[in-house]
Design a protein. Sequence first.
Length: 116
Amino acid sequence: MKMGLVERVHKPWGHEMIFARAKKYVGKILVIEKGHRLSLQLHRRKHESLMVLRGRLRLRLGKKMRTVGPGTAFTIPPNTIHRFEAAQGRVTLIEVSTPELWDVVRLQDDYGRRGK
């Protein structure tokens, strides 16, 4: 068994903790702080599967908006417009995805980040 350190990545909306990085997948925990949201974005190649661990997530998938809680799992196929928001309090998600972490097309961003 290989053991390693968890990589913590600061984000303007909170942080990510990458706990698995392999040729075909990446595993991470996302923590979104209250009142923050990720970019309105899509991925050209990356496929994501997520589950809410804690909090109430405001979720946009395509044109649909909904609020989901702990235990809710969902997938985001490539080219699906999406956004995560922690409107009511801190939200913790677990994500397993294909390894293309660089594949982010930002359509809107609250923090002034652009494009890819």
